[in-house]
Design a binder for this molecule. Structure first.
Ligand code: B12
Ligand code: SF4
Length: 526
């Protein structure tokens, strides 16, 4: 096999940024797979350049290095950046490969701009691809292993790529580890609802932890398992066997159903100081939060009690909610969330706007068939900057009124203050306060709410009546992409939001606004 010059880019940011919070945090958003692919490429005898893009680097610099094959790992929010980078590298003769959440969710679209688009990826797929990396144009080739890999390179092998990445984060450094893939639960909106749960070898975790203890004085590990702790005792046994008390701190995403008090106490004594349970909804997914058939206010009280119990043992808890689910109607779900914030003031609430990420989840087929998915540019699809599903039970102004009101409540001075004094430890207090103040989410949502009244083009786009991108959004993508804007290939700003449905041989219904739309009074253009 010819020795190839390979560049691997992990896009942890979607464009240049100077925001303080991003400077501190973006390197901690690095993915494991680009590091794993770097290890595999080297093992196959190739030269590798590895760059985690945090928004501070000059990526045009990379173009100076000769690259035969470029791998890009991207979330959908960084898709347009990825397309522009692929375009620039292809012009210089490289073959380009996309992997990660965007490739899994929008393979048809990505194939227009990359030579190869990878779904589930293992060493065999990478080896096959590199044996004959022929350009595939105009439409790239979609490849994928039939299932998630049975094992990934551990920390020992990935360290040479992790170390320079973490060096970009001034003082808060999270080492990425993984112990399982898939999930036994079936939340209809989730990419892992159809991926079987699969633990990775426990010997590997043992080795990772031993290696890390020898490398860093008091490391902080972030588990990338979609749902940490499904094989709870096995994990805890390994940690207790290898890690001396208080030597490693851990962060994990775990469903409340796995967080019984006995489990939480064991997590605490094993160094877990941050947990991110998903609550999602007051009306659905009771199995996930262990609330059974309790819904509405009964579920709020039960979950608040549960979260407060967790907070008695673990200092940092982030509770995740999805806004705009079909089971929500009227003011009640939002008011219930406010009630929850009052009852569990120490938890940091993270709100996601319901987003149908292409072919991520089975629910998306139904939403596309109903004509409810909107073609917001990928750049806005990060679960916070746009909701690409028309809500079932709200007009857009109603929805945004509630969302703004709730977000304002959650991030208000009074809440930040209460959270500050409810939290334990200066680290948690400062982090939560900084996060609330820095993100400025209320201002952005309030802007969208006001534009719904003032700008017909935005209203028409969000009602599904027009697919012409309003200037407001176009200007924002342009500003945010910075130098990559000019390199964006023709047509890459927009996408077919129903590509998944069409790939199954179906067509969407015409958008039905159900007479819920009231005409906005004023027209603004530009
Ligand atoms: C852990 C996790 C995180 C962690 C770690 C993120 C990271 N960099 O990996 C944290 C908390 C930091 C995070 C942050 C975010 N996340 Co997140 N996260 C997850 C979660 C729970 C697990 C993903 C995971 O690591 N799985 C294990 C890996 C090994 O498997 P995999 O992802 O399936 O990857 C396979 C293939 O895709 C491929 N592959 C993966 N990467 C690459 C790269 C290359 C080059 C190649 C060739 C192949 C390849 O190989 C893997 C093995 O088969 C998923 C939800 C879920 N249940 O899966 C959401 C998920 C990936 N996150 C999501 C989102 C929206 C976000 C945020 C934007 C949230 C926000 N508003 O801030 C940020 C973006 C971070 C970023 N880097 O840009 C979405 C992504 C949707 C999309 N299409 O973009 C998901 C799917 C959740 C959802 N809402 O449905 N997240
Ligand atoms: S519990 Fe979490 S990872 Fe599992 S299917 Fe539900 S949302 Fe996805």
């Amino acid at each position: 096999m010819r020795k190839l010059q390979i560049t691997i880019l992990d896009l942890a940011a979607k464009g240049p940024t100077r925001k303080l919070f991003h400077r501190i945090m973006n390197a901690n958003l690095a993915s494991i797979m680009p590091q794993a692919i770097a290890v595999w490429c080297e093992a196959l005898g190739h030269d590798v350049r590895f760059v985690c893009y945090t928004g501070a680097e000059d990526l045009t610099e990379e173009l100076r290095h000769g690259t035969d094959v470029l791998f890009v790992g991207a979330f959908t929010r960084a898709a347009q950046t990825a397309y522009a980078i692929s375009n620039l590298h292809r012009q210089r003769g490289a073959v380009t490969v996309l992997g990660g959440p965007h490739a899994r969710c929008y393979p048809q679209d990505a194939a227009k701009y990359f030579d190869y688009v990878l779904g589930f990826t293992d060493k065999t797929i990478i080896g096959d691809l590199l044996r004959d990396p022929a350009p595939q144009r105009p439409v790239g080739l979609q490849l994928g292993a039939g299932r998630q890999p049975a094992a990934l390179p551990g920390l020992r092998e990935r360290w040479k790529f992790i170390e320079p990445t973490l060096a970009k984060s001034p003082f808060f450094k999270i080492v990425p580890m993984i112990g399982s893939m898939g999930c036994p639960y079936t939340c209809s909106f989730c990419i892992d609802s159809v991926v079987p749960y699969q633990p990775l070898p426990f010997d590997q975790i043992r080795d990772d932890l031993r290696f890390l203890l020898g490398k860093v004085k008091r490391p902080r590990v972030g588990w990338h398992d979609p749902n940490f702790g499904v094989r709870f005792d096995d994990y805890m046994n390994v940690i207790e066997e290898v890690v001396p008390p208080r030597r490693i701190r851990f962060i994990a995403e775990s469903s409340l159903s796995l967080l019984s008090e006995a489990h939480v106490k064991r997590l605490q004594s094993n160094g877990f100081d941050a947990l991110l349970p998903g609550i999602e909804s007051w009306y659905e997914l009771g199995n996930k939060s262990k609330t059974g058939t309790a819904v509405g206010e009964a579920k709020v009280r039960q979950v608040a009690e549960h979260v407060n119990m967790v907070l008695r043992h673990v200092p940092y808890v982030q509770t995740n909610f999805v806004l705009g689910l079909d089971s929500d109607r009227g003011a009640e779900p939002f008011e219930l969330t406010k009630k929850f914030l009052d009852l569990a003031p120490g938890a940091y609430p993270a709100f996601s706007l319901l987003t149908a990420y292409g072919q991520a989840a089975p629910l998306n087929l139904e939403l596309q068939r109903a004509g409810r998915v909107l073609p917001f540019p990928f750049h806005f699809l990060d679960s916070t900057h746009a909701m690409n599903v028309r809500p079932l039970n709200y007009t857009w102004p109603e929805f945004y009124d509630h969302a703004v009101d709730l977000t304002r409540y959650a991030l208000s001075g009074a809440r930040v203050h209460r959270r500050f004094w409810s939290n334990r430890g200066i680290g948690t207090r400062v982090f939560n306060a900084m996060r609330a103040i820095n993100l400025n989410r209320v201002k952005y949502q309030a802007k969208i709410r006001s534009l719904l009244d003032k700008d017909l083009s935005i209203r028409g786009f969000m009602e599904g009546e027009s697919v012409k991108l309003p200037w407001f959004y176009q200007r924002r993508v342009r500003a945010s992409l910075g130098p990559f804007w000019e390199a964006l290939p023709d047509g890459a700003l927009m996408h077919d939001q129903n590509a998944y449905l069409k790939s199954q041989g179906w067509m969407p219904a015409k958008p039905d606004t159900g007479g819920r739309r009231a005409r906005p009074p004023l027209i603004l253009t530009g």
